[in-house]
Design a protein around this ligand. Structure first.
Ligand code: PHE
Ligand code: NA
Length: 449
């Protein structure tokens, strides 16, 4: 068998991980949640959870990946005993399902980039969104996006993923910074900043039972955790570097970029004739970026150009995330089944495309909800929880030894890491999983019944 691939440079690994982290989660979930859950107060909770939950879990995925040099299924087979050997499947399954609809949404983002280029954002954002989703056009944009994912992943770790993220990640940062500066000149920017940045402690006190799980779920999704992406990417690391340092850079950049998106989105919304109540009423996720934001772009100076740049940037961000999910599944076929990269990528890409077709074709978004509830709210949390329990409580020595390889005096920090996994991570994830299971049951039975 050919030698397993590795990253060419340290920067390559970090940029690939940042590319994975920065995606639709930063754009369509983050600003809305900040707004809905009390502005800067949500930010404080979110940052605390990133530190206490997100950071320890990203380190678990990194250590498991680097220790085993394997995809998630192979990695758990290698270090696991008994039924633990099988938890790698949760990751691969989650990746498979999530990519199938992530690509559909990315296809809509592509379509909205084209609307911008055509000067075509509608004053009635809801009607335009309704016309965009569902039907053959939506299947087509899904196909175009998946083809791009297949192309990048097919070229492999160095010539495909590493090469492309070196272009994509700087482009995302530069374009967003430019947009944020322009957004600051819009007429209602001051009012928007006040809404986005001033903590409303009353809101947080009244809603903390919903804020905590929302912030934790956001922290997981935005850092690409629970899907084995970070296991897989770390498995291509050759040497023993300081994983904690890399994690700080990755988490820091993802958070900074999410924050910057808010600096673009809120001035645009507030200057585009939308009030806070309208924005909240339109809802999160799809509604936020496709309805509220695009409608606002139709109302502000140079809105079409701005919108094209914005949605173009989001397309790039979605692509650099989608390739990381695809790589999880492809690496499984390469490592465990001995399939060559190109046929593995074509096969997986095609199957995931087909799996996403119902989501793309169905304009009611019901399929999207079902996929999203199952994969994002259940599988992703479950995978992370099981892995945190396994390393935190069972394979503690393995974790500490591997993390310690690139860190000279791990000592008390290592103990703190293990205890963070044992109690705060496990407790939070169990609570979220419970709440999400109830939510998923209600959402799905609502759709079916
Ligand atoms: N982190 C990505 C985002 O913010 C989503 C993602 C989740 C990507 C899990 C890969 C794995 O959009
Ligand atoms: Na993210």
């Amino acid at each position: 068998m050919a030698q397993r691939e590795t990253w060419a440079t340290r920067a390559g690994f970090i940029l690939a991980a940042v590319g994975s982290a920065v995606g639709l989660g930063n754009v369509w979930r983050f600003p809305y949640q900040v707004g809905e859950f009390g502005g800067a107060a949500f930010l404080v909770v979110y940052l605390a959870l990133i530190a206490v939950i997100g950071f320890p879990v990203i380190l678990v995925e990194f250590t498991v990946g680097r220790y085993t040099d394997r995809n998630p299924v192979g990695a758990l087979k290698q270090i696991g005993t008994g039924s633990w050997q099988r938890i790698g499947w949760v990751f691969v399954l989650a990746g498979f399902v999530i990519l199938s609809y992530y690509s559909v949404i990315a296809g809509w983002v592509l379509q909205y980039t084209v609307y911008g280029l055509q000067g075509n954002y509608a004053a009635d954002g809801a009607a335009q969104f309704g016309a965009t989703t569902g039907g053959m056009m939506s299947v087509l944009t899904h196909a175009i996006f998946m083809a791009a994912v297949i192309a990048v992943v097919g070229f492999g770790i160095q010539r495909g993923i590493e090469f492309s993220v070196k272009l994509m990640v700087p482009a995302i940062i530069i374009l967003l910074a430019g947009l944020a500066i322009y957004a600051g000149t819009l007429p209602n920017a001051g009012e928007a900043y006040a809404y986005y940045l001033s903590p409303e402690l009353g809101t947080i006190a009244a809603n903390w039972t919903s804020i905590l799980p929302a912030a934790a779920a956001q922290a997981f999704f935005t850092l690409s955790l629970g899907m084995g992406v970070m296991i897989t990417y770390a498995s291509y690391l050759g040497e023993d570097r300081n994983l904690a340092k890399d994690a700080v850079i990755i988490v820091g950049l993802d958070t900074a970029i999410a924050f910057t998106v808010g600096l673009v989105a809120f001035p645009v919304l507030f200057s585009g004739d939308l009030a806070v109540a309208d924005i909240v009423a339109i809802g999160d996720g799809p509604g936020f970026i496709f309805i509220a934001l695009s409608q606002a772009f139709s109302n502000i100076p140079f809105g079409s150009v701005l919108g094209a740049v914005f949605f173009g940037t989001v397309t790039i961000a979605a692509l650099s995330s989608a390739i990381s999910i695809m790589e999880v599944v492809v690496s499984y076929l390469i490592d465990e089944r001995g399939v060559d990269r190109v046929p593995a990528t074509l096969l997986i890409g095609t199957v995931i495309f087909l799996f996403g077709v119902p989501v793309a074709y169905d304009g009611s978004l019901s399929w999207l909800t079902v996929y999203d509830e199952l994969a994002n709210n259940i599988l992703l949390i479950l995978g992370a929880l099981l892995l945190a329990i396994y390393i935190g409580w069972v394979k503690t020595d393995l974790g500490l030894e591997e993390l310690g390889k690139g860190i000279r005096n791990l000592g008390g920090w290592g103990t703190a890491w293990i205890w963070a996994l044992r109690i705060p991570v496990v407790v939070t994830l169990v609570v979220i999983l419970g709440l999400n299971a109830i939510g998923a049951y209600e959402a799905i039975s609502g759709i079916l019944g």
